[in-house]
Ligand binder design. Structure first.
Ligand code: NAP
Length: 268
C-alpha cells in the first residue's frame, strides 16, 4: 500500500543525488512532489521520469544562493495545492578546496558554509511550519551527515554546520510537536552521488570502506528510504531523531578494519 497518498511534499535540490532519490521515493509512495531546484530543465527531466513511473511531480524555482527563494518556493507550493505536508531539506554541502582543518581552512569559507547549510533548514522550516500548522500537522526531514557526529581531520565547516542542523532538527521537533509537526534528521554515510565521488580518490574510498561494517557505499535510495519512513505515518510517534544511515560506520571498535583484514589472527 502507498504510504503517502494525498500528501504534498517539497524536496530541495532534487535534480540529482540524494534529493532526486528522495523525490522519486516520495512520489512512488503516492505524494505529489515539488522539485525545488535552480534548473527547470533538469527538474523537467525528473518530472518526466516520475510520471513514467506513475507518480506526480512539479517544479518550483529554488536557488540556495538567493535566500528569498526559500519562502517563495514554500508559498508557491501552498498557493497551488492549498497545503504542505512534507518538507525534505536536502540542500547542503561544502567546498572541499577551502574547508580544511581549523588552522589551514579558509575563514570566510568556514562561515559561508555554516550560514549556507544552517540557512537551508532554518528558512525553509520557518516558511513551512505555519502552513503545516494550518493543515493539522506535517513532517520535516533534514538531510544531515554522519560527519556531524564523527569528527574528521578536515571539512570542519561541513561538520560544524551539520551538527547545527542536528540541533535545529531537535529544536523544531520540541517547539512544534504540540502542533503535530514532527522533525527528524537522516545522517547519511558516504553515498554514491556526484558530490561524494568527485571529491574522493579510489584509494581513499577503499580505505574508508574498511571501516564500514556493511562493506559498501550507500546508494541514494538507501537515504531516500529513511526519509520516506520519517515522512509518513509509520513514524507518527517519532520526532527529534537523528538517524545514521551509514552502514555501521564508526560504530565498531576503532581496530575493526585491522581485525577484519585478519592482521591479528589469534584475536578472533
Ligand atoms: P549532489 O549529488 O551533488 O547533488 C547536489 C544537488 O544540489 C543537485 O540537485 C544540485 O542541483 C543542487 N544544488 C547545488 N547548488 C544549488 C543551489 N545553489 N541551489 C539549489 N540547488 C543547488 O549532492 P548529494 O551528495 O546528493 O548531497 C545531498 C545532501 O546529502 C547534502 O545535504 C549533503 O550534505 C548530504 N550528504 C551527502 C553525502 C554523500 O556522501 N553524498 C553524505 C552525507 C550527507 P543542480 O542539478 O542544479 O546542480
Amino acid at each position: 500500500m502507498k504510504r503517502l497518498t494525498n500528501r504534498v511534499a517539497l524536496v530541495t535540490s532534487s535534480t540529482r543525488g540524494i534529493g532526486l532519490a528522495c523525490a522519486k521515493r516520495l512520489a512512488a509512495e503516492g505524494a505529489l512532489v515539488y522539485l525545488a531546484a535552480r534548473s527547470e530543465e533538469a527538474a523537467l527531466n525528473v518530472i518526466r521520469s516520475v510520471q513514467e513511473d506513475g507518480g506526480r511531480a512539479k517544479f518550483v524555482y529554488f536557488n540556495a544562493r538567493e535566500p528569498e527563494t526559500y519562502s517563495a518556493m514554500i508559498e508557491a507550493a501552498v498557493q497551488n495545492e492549498g497545503r504542505l505536508d512534507i518538507l525534505v531539506n536536502n540542500y547542503g554541502g561544502t567546498d572541499v578546496r577551502l574547508d580544511h582543518n581549523v588552522t589551514e581552512g579558509d575563514t570566510e569559507a568556514f562561515f559561508r558554509v555554516l550560514e549556507d547549510n544552517v540557512r537551508s533548514v532554518y528558512l525553509s522550516a520557518k516558511a513551512a511550519i505555519p502552513h503545516m500548522e494550518k493543515g493539522g500537522g506535517g513532517s520535516i526531514v533534514n538531510i544531515s551527515s554522519v560527519g556531524s557526529v564523527v569528527p574528521d581531520l578536515s571539512r570542519t565547516a561541513y561538520a560544524v554546520s551539520k551538527t547545527a542542523v542536528n540541533a535545529l532538527t531537535q529544536c523544531i521537533a520540541v517547539q512544534y510537536a504540540h502542533r503535530k509537526i514532527r522533525c527528524n534528521a537522516v545522517l547519511p554515510g558516504l553515498t554514491a552521488t556526484r558530490a561524494a565521488l568527485d571529491n574522493m580518490s579510489d584509494s581513499f574510498r577503499s580505505s574508508f570502506l574498511k571501516h564500514v561494517p556493511l562493506g559498501r557505499i550507500a546508494a541514494p535510495e538507501d537515504i531516500a528510504a529513511a526519509a520516506a519512513f520519517f515522512a509518513g505515518d509509520d513514524a507518527s510517534y517519532i520526532t527529534g531523531t537523528l538517524l545514521e544511515v551509514a552502514g555501521g560506520f564508526a560504530l565498531p571498535t576503532p581496530m575493526y578494519g585491522d581485525l577484519m583484514e585478519g592482521r591479528f589472527p589469534n584475536y578472533l
